[in-house]
Design a protein around this ligand. Structure first.
Ligand code: F6R
Length: 683
């Protein structure tokens, strides 16, 4: 049935049209609708002005566009817009009201817009002329044409009904021709009637209709009686209006609706079949139609996009496994809906948020510090390990390499990449202590004392989320405060900091410890250092590499029991992760990986990152420290999200969060992964 209406609508339309989804903007108030639309109009005027072109607008009357006109007047004044080339066409006008009548659309437009627009030329304002009661309302040319068309007409000053209709139809055609000549209309503003009319193209109007005379429906007259002191009889019965064809010829269309009384028709306009029963459905055939709503008008709208329900699972929520289901709309977790487009039976398995890796140097043959342009390739592989977002990490590098690395991660890449979400960069070094260099090239280490500020050193820090440094290096304390103020998480690592040095660093703004135990002085009973401070103070999160090589399982257990809330799992994976044992690079250093998945600097016993995947780290944690399933999962989800301050959208299955979902069995093996609600194929 729906399809039938659709083809019927298409057959009435002189274009080869297909259904498009209008872009929908939901604003908090009618004033905001006004602001946003007025900004678009002003931007168009400015663009045209730069190119020396006129701006052609289609305008509506009624209560809805008033805030647009108000906001536009303000912008015109503030920005001193030149309106000498502005041409406007109004959608419609009542028949039977003189332009002076306060409810005529001529008077309306003058009052709400034109009288407040300095520089607009009267001759560029077009509103259908419906005044044709007497000969004196006609131009000389019109009288000549009328006399020619009605040779026997009595010239008595007053027009007969037939003559009047003839003249008005003629003017309607001329209006249509004029729009085509001066147009196309670049932005057409529309309201919507509660019956779905646009302009006064009422239900039943053909989609192929141009400007014409129409009879208003009872519904429209009742709705508009509010402008005529609620006197229905005072509301004209006819109007001249642009037709649906005219409207669809505009380059862009903005349909506005505000208020609860428009909610039902907005829902119908978007959901019902495209047909002339609801003229506004025709906008779905326009490639550049946009709908601007306040929250009330949007309140009955079906959420846009696909609705998915994950059911029959155990959900990681409220720090436990809860029987339940998860609803996803448009890639976000939402409250339960009434119907789903897709139902996913998870067959009793665990539904968890996707893992977040705060430290990963590469994988699948890519080292991020050498080939930052290949980060997205690695991102595409990570969902099979349950990783749905990560912070690519850069081992200490040459100063000029940072500029290249940081410019490779544009905001566009960060939001649109197709794999795991790139959250920003982790710069591990080079403000590190050579005594605890690990696999880093200590010849690259520097202090800020002998170079400059962090911004000058690294370049653009916009995409940087974490910087690991050693606080005892000269100039580091100042850098900590500066970086913290930029919103960057400052972590301590590759450091020999004493208890006192470490605590001073936390006062300055350090809020994370990078791979506790590795790259720092071991715990000493008379010198607690970083490890002693973290595990006894219990107020800072710390990351660990739970691969069984970097920390003995018994020590991991000790740390867990001392400060379980703080423990965050990272992979610290290198380019060899996901590949077979062999030789690879970590930064400029050669590394070798043996069959026990141990990665060392070539020819040495120095550990050089890991080949650990984060899902394996979760399984190891559960096994090594005997924690609960949820505790193990949270160490790779909620906890890392909290470090970055994104725990409302990542690392959680609370409503409003991104639908980055993994399905795990009881052995914590990843069965399925969904990125923003979309399933990822592992093969
Ligand atoms: C106005 C017009 C009509 C109105 C519609 C909504 O030029 O053509 O389509 O836009 O009737 O009116 P309001 O905004 O008063 O609810």
């Amino acid at each position: 049935m729906r399809l039938l209406f659709f083809f019927l609508a298409l057959s009435l339309l002189p274009l080869t049209a297909h259904e498009c989804n209008p872009k929908i903007h939901i604003c908090s108030s009618s004033d905001e609708v006004g602001e946003v639309c007025a900004r678009e109009i002003a931007a168009l005027i400015q663009r045209n002005q730069r190119e020396g072109k006129p701006t052609v607008l289609g305008l509506a009357t009624g209560s809805t566009p008033v805030p647009v006109y108000r906001a536009l007047q303000k912008i015109v004044k503030e920005e001193n817009l030149d309106l000498s080339q502005l041409i406007t066409f109004n959608l419609d006008e009542y028949v039977g009201l003189s332009p002076e009548h306060p409810e005529s659309y001529h008077a309306f437009m003058e009052e709400h817009l034109f009288s407040h627009l300095p520089g607009i030329k009267k001759e560029n304002i077009y509103i259908p002329n419906t005044l044709a009661a007497k000969e004196k309302d006609l131009s000389r040319e019109e009288i000549r044409q009328l006399n020619a068309a009605f040779p026997n007409r009595k010239k008595r000053g007053i027009l007969s009904e037939e003559e009047k209709i003839w003249i008005l139809n003629k003017r309607a055609q001329e209006y249509e021709t004029l729009i085509a000549k001066l147009g196309p209309i670049q932005i057409q503003i529309l309201g919507i009637g509660t019956n779905g009319h646009i302009g006064f193209a009422e239900p039943g109007s053909s989609f192929a209709q141009g400007t014409s005379l129409v009879e208003l429906t009872e519904n429209t007259r009742k709705d508009n009686a509010r402008f005529f002191g609620n006197d229905l009889l005072a509301v004209p019965e006819y109007a001249m209006t642009m037709g649906i064809k005219t409207i669809l010829q505009a380059e862009r269309i903005f349909l506005l609706a505000t208020g609860e009384h428009k909610a039902r028709i907005i829902k119908a306009m978007l959901d019902e079949p495209i047909s002339n029963h609801i003229p506004a459905t025709a906008l779905r055939l326009h490639p550049r139609a946009e709908v601007y709503l306040d929250e009330k008008a949007a309140s009955k709208m079906r959420p846009q996009g696909k609705i998915t329900r994950f059911f029959n699972g155990r959900v990681v929520k409220n720090h436990k496994l809860e029987e339940g289901e998860i609803w996803v709309v448009d890639g976000k977790i939402t409250p339960p809906q009434t119907i789903a487009d897709e139902e996913i039976d998870v067959k009793g398995e665990i539904i968890a948020p996707g893992y977040i890796d705060l430290q990963i140097n590469g994988g699948f043959g890519v080292d991020f510090s050498l080939e930052p342009e290949r980060i997205e390739e690695v991102a595409a592989h990570l969902p099979k390990y349950g990783v749905t977002s990560f912070v690519p990490t850069i081992v200490s590098s040459h100063q000029n390499q940072y500029k290249k690395i940081l410019s490779s991660l544009t905001p566009k890449v960060m939001t649109t990449n197709r794999g795991a979400h790139i959250l920003g960069m982790h710069l591990e070094g080079p403000i590190l202590n050579p005594k605890r260099c690990g696999a880093h090239d200590s010849s690259l280490f520097c202090s800020l004392e002998d170079c400059c500020s962090p911004n000058e050193f690294y370049g653009n820090l916009t995409g940087v989320k974490i910087i690991t440094l050693a606080p005892e290096v000269e100039g580091a304390y100042e850098a900590i405060e500066h970086l913290r103020d930029l919103g960057i998480v400052v972590a301590v690592g590759h450091s020999t900091a004493s208890l006192q040095e470490f605590e001073e660093a936390t006062e300055k703004g350090v809020c994370l410890v990078t791979h506790l135990f590795n790259g720092m002085d071991p715990l000493h009973h008379r010198n607690p250092g970083i490890i002693g401070a973290v595990l006894s103070n219990r107020n800072l999160p710390y990351s660990v590499i739970a691969d069984g090589h970097h920390i003995h399982p018994k020590i991991l257990k000790l740390a867990w029991h001392a400060h379980p809330e703080g423990m965050i799992l990272i992979s610290d994976a290198n380019a060899a992760c996901g590949l077979t044992p062999g030789e690879y690079l970590l930064g400029m250093k050669e590394i070798e990986v043996n069959e026990h998945k141990r990665a060392v600097l070539k020819g040495t016993n120095v550990l050089a990152g890991s080949v650990l995947s984060l899902d394996e780290a979760v399984r190891n944690l559960r096994r090594f420290v005997d924690c609960s399933i949820v505790q193990a999962i949270e160490a790779a989800t909620l906890k890392p999200a909290q470090v970055l301050g994104i725990e409302k959208i990542k690392g959680t299955l609370e409503e409003g969060a991104d639908a980055d979902i993994i399905i795990l069995n009881d052995h914590l093996i990843v069965q399925e992964c969904y990125l923003r609600g979309e399933p990822i194929n592992f093969n």
